[in-house]
Design a binder for this molecule. Structure first.
Ligand code: PLP
Length: 380
């Protein structure tokens, strides 16, 4: 059965052009980038090139770019390394939004257990953190504030630039997890003003297991992964050269093609929603006018999302009930709960996330399958 994949917020396939750029670094130029001989230097040249490219795309300096094993490590590093460094100057209060990815939430829980004071910001019913909520939470001892750039379950973008201003006026650091926003919008770290920002390569058609943490120069963050002197002594571990090369190439390609891809995604999503117009009891979770072009989170009255997912999977259609990290257990989404949905409403919500390889035919087939499945599950 040909699969229809509508779960691009969970991960994207590696673009073949990107894979071809990575392959030589597995087989021919396989050196350890820290080895002083020629095979090592070839690898290090590739890593330097990738760092320069990512830095120029983010309007950062190469010395501000650190490669990690993915978004989770970058998020853990920003939260834990950032909070520890701020505690050392007497600021042990951390603020984060209640809709952060588990990589950020779990790091905050660890900090809380260690004695940090942690405040969770509410969101409005559209799924957005407001400046007022942040103002109410900021304190003289706030060291670090984390608000993601776009949410992974609803796609709703957050007003990062506005929040950064408030945080800096308060003398605190600002971290944004830009893992979901990065594929769709250019990021200019200087214009945004953030101190820390994370990316993950597998969300933009690059390899899994590779990410970036941007650390603004002058900002103190404790080392997180202990080991050798890689990444200017800040992150131990032999550099994953093929993946770093793939990340940079994938990010460049996605930036170059974003305008065209985004227009296609918006059109596919609109076509999908149009097909569901004659189905009763369908609601959009979150403010779609603020959402990424690729995502729509829908609620179907009277439909259990686990049953829905299972039935769609039998038809070869891959969608999601929320973040992939919690889908094995399908716990009720903390994001939708924070937006004020009841447990029943949360349990009838599904995320559809489109990608650049989807076609109108995929969307038409999915629309028909959704209608058939919803009506059957409602016993109609
Ligand atoms: N942050 C967000 C918003 C995500 O959506 C994800 C991935 O699902 C991550 C962080 C974790 O990234 P990775 O899968 O590279 O560890």
């Amino acid at each position: 059965m040909t699969k229809i994949y509508l779960d691009h917020a969970a991960t994207t396939p590696v673009d073949n052009e990107i894979l071809q750029k990575m392959l030589p670094y597995f087989i021919e130029a396989y050196g350890n980038a820290d080895s002083p001989h020629s095979v090592g230097r070839t690898a290090m040249n590739a890593v330097d090139g990738a760092r320069d490219l990512v830095a120029s795309l983010l309007r950062a300096k190469p010395s501000e770019i650190y490669f990690t094993s993915g978004g989770t490590e970058a998020d853990n590093w920003a939260m834990i390394g950032g909070a520890y460094a701020q505690k050392a100057v007497g600021k042990a209060h951390v603020i984060l939004s209640s809709i952060e990815h588990h990589a950020v939430l779990a790091a905050a829980e660890k900090l809380e257990k260690e004695g940090f004071d942690v405040t969770y910001l509410p969101v409005n019913e559209g799924g957005m953190v407001t400046a007022d909520a942040l103002k109410a939470a900021l304190r003289a001892d706030t060291g670090l504030v984390a608000v993601m750039a776009a949410n992974n379950e609803t796609g709703v973008k957050q007003p990062v630039a506005e929040l950064v201003k408030l945080v800096h006026e308060n003398g605190s650091l600002f971290f944004t997890d830009a893992v979901q926003l990065a594929p769709y919008e250019g990021l200019d770290v200087k214009a945004l003003g953030v101190d820390l920002l994370s990316l993950s390569s597998h969300k933009f058609y690059g390899p899994k297991g590779c990410g970036v943490l941007y650390i603004k120069s002058g900002v103190k963050v404790e080392k997180y992964v202990q080991g050798g002197e890689q990444e200017r002594g800040m992150r131990g571990g032999t550099t994953n050269v093929p993946c770093v090369v793939g990340l940079a190439a994938a990010y460049e390609k996605c930036r170059k093609t974003a305008e065209e891809v985004n227009a296609k995604l918006v059109a596919l999503r609109a076509l999908f929603l149009k097909q569901l117009e004659d189905l009763d009891g369908v609601h959009i979770n979150g403010d779609i006018t603020l959402a990424l072009p690729s995502v729509v989170n829908l609620r179907f009255d009277g439909v259990n999302n686990v049953d829905f997912l299972y039935n769609m999977d039998l038809k070869g259609i891959c969608v999601s009930a929320g973040s992939a990290c919690s889908s094995a257990s399908i716990k009720p989404s903390h994001v939708l709960t924070a937006m004020g949905l009841t447990e029943d409403e949360v349990r009838s919500s599904i995320r559809f996330s489109f990608g650049k390889n989807n076609t109108e035919a995929d969307v038409m087939a999915t629309g028909a399958a959704v209608k058939e499945t919803v009506l059957r599950l409602r016993g109609m």
